[in-house]
Design a protein around this ligand. Structure first.
Ligand SMILES: Nc1nc2c(c(=O)[nH]1)N[C@H]1C(S)=C(S)[C@@H](COP(=O)(O)O)O[C@H]1N2
Ligand SMILES: [Mo]
Length: 448
């Protein structure tokens, strides 16, 4: 029973975090919540005996509309980052990246909370486990503030700043990112229940629900060993149950890695003593180009919906340090200008002459943000003021700086340096799908 007491304590502490905000030492919460290794709740029957959670309050299910995001493709919506002014991104303003139409309970009854099942299995777990949505709600949950960001964020800079017309993909500008508070059950909790064998090499997180059922991504087991408290199964975003667009009822979150690792509508976790190759880590979301080397599969690796010939490039992982002003980028060379973009092709955003406060966002989830610099018209780099809150490496920071704008056209550049001293480069080498372009963005403005 002591495990259940500790779970209640973890929940009480989590509530305290939410009440008290950033000042509370979150690590304390995380330590208390990491109790899964004792494995008391193993298997279906034991779960069924666990004390029932309080019924969740009824929540209105919103289907996202396009009034506060920008439609850049049939199933793809970018955040209007030039309109952002909050630290936490409201769900209505959060980007959506779906390879296929959003599956809902109507189209996919297995996504109903009562029907949803997650199977954890494979030759590197001690005991296989299938859990229901209610089982998940009974487990100790954590809260984490983390950005979610598509690997393709910044792709536009390949076209606009580096003249790389061969780069293909959606025109995200710098809006394929948002920051949410995620409520989740950690992988450490789940791994404690299934028992991880020392032979474990990789874990495949699989949906199999949307589209042709080919979406999922593996993680090397080192990620789960190093960050098992941070990676987990999320069921709430900003305090409300997940929307269908964001993976309802349950999705994976892998803070800091590009969004493709964070499988939505998840139904299966397979943990094995070999690597996995699927569409998204062979030819789907990989670095393909002369500067990158395609990995070689091992003899016992498992292929699901992909073959060895499909392995075309390096799988993408951490997102590098990046920054943006809340100013729309000028679109001149991109193949298309999204409908409803606030600027026509080649048009510059207008600013009023005189004293301005320029605002922006900076992030670098592997090591956190150390400094943000800016420069005007190629002048000297100056330090921007970073504003609170700043809750650790997985969150972004807001920054600002004063600028006395003089009439005429100007170029403003912003640059993040992360905690390990990595700084945004002037240019990024070509890769076919335009992954992770963190080149220093150049914002052109017209002052009148
Ligand atoms: N099942 C499934 N999971 C998925 C995807 C998808 O199309 N299907 N898209 C991935 C990609 S590429 C990204 S960037 C994130 C986007 O998450 P969001 O739409 O909640 O912002 O989900 C990831 N998980
Ligand atoms: Mo993505």
């Amino acid at each position: 029973m002591s495990e259940h007491r500790r779970s209640a304590e973890a929940d009480a502490l989590a509530r305290e975090v939410i009440r008290n905000g950033p000042s509370l030492d979150r690590r304390r919460v995380f330590q208390v919540a990491a109790w899964g290794a004792t494995g008391a709740m193993v298997g279906g029957p034991a779960l069924a005996q666990a004390p029932a959670a309080a019924p969740a309050p009824a929540r209105r299910i919103l289907q996202k509309d396009d009034s506060r995001v920008l439609n850049i493709g049939a199933t793809v919506r970018t955040g209007r980052y030039w309109d952002f002014n909050t630290w936490q991104t409201p769900v209505e303003q959060f980007y959506v990246r779906n390879h296929y139409p959003t599956p809902t309970v109507e189209t996919h009854p297995q996504l109903a909370k009562e029907a949803w099942r997650l199977r954890i299995h494979g030759n590197a777990v001690e005991r296989e486990l299938t859990i229901t949505y209610n089982d998940l709600l009974r487990m100790p949950a954590r809260s984490i503030f983390s950005i979610m960001q598509c690997h393709g964020n910044g792709r536009t800079l390949f076209w606009e700043q580096q003249d790389m017309k061969d780069v293909s993909g959606g025109n995200w500008l710098l809006g394929a990112i948002g920051l949410a508070e995620w409520r989740y059950v950690s992988m450490n909790q789940l791994l404690g229940m299934v028992g991880l064998k020392p032979t474990a090499k990789a874990a495949l997180f699989w949906s199999g629900v949307d589209g042709s059922g080919d979406i999922g991504r593996p993680l090397p087991i080192s990620q789960l060993r190093e960050r098992g408290d941070d990676i987990g199964l999320a069921f709430q975003m900003n305090g409300s149950d997940l929307l269908p667009d964001h993976g309802a009822p349950v999705r994976l979150i892998v803070p800091g890695w590009g969004g493709a690792a964070s499988t939505k509508w998840i139904t299966e976790i397979k943990i094995a003593d070999h690597d996995f190759w699927v569409r998204l880590n062979t030819k789907g979301e990989v670095y393909i180009g002369p500067s990158y080397q395609a990995p070689r599969p091992g003899p016992n690796d498992e292929f699901r919906g992909a073959t060895a010939e499909d392995i075309k490039g390096e799988p993408v992982t951490w997102m590098p340090p990046m920054s943006t002003l809340t100013v729309p980028l000028v679109l001149e060379k991109s193949a298309n200008v999204p409908a409803n973009y606030p600027l026509q092709r080649g048009q510059l955003p207008m600013l009023t002459a005189g004293a301005q406060t320029m605002t922006g966002y900076a992030w670098g989830p592997q090591h956190g943000v150390r400094d943000v610099d800016y420069r005007i018209d190629g002048g000297a780099w100056q330090r921007a003021q970073i504003r609170m809150p700043n809750l650790g490496r997985y969150t972004w920071v807001r920054f600002d700086f004063p600028w006395t704008a003089t009439p005429g056209d100007h170029v403003i550049e912003t640059r993040t340096t992360d905690g390990a001293g990595n700084t945004q480069p002037a240019e990024v080498p070509f890769n076919l799908y335009g992954m992770a372009n963190n080149a220093i963005p150049r914002f052109r403005v017209r002052v009148a």
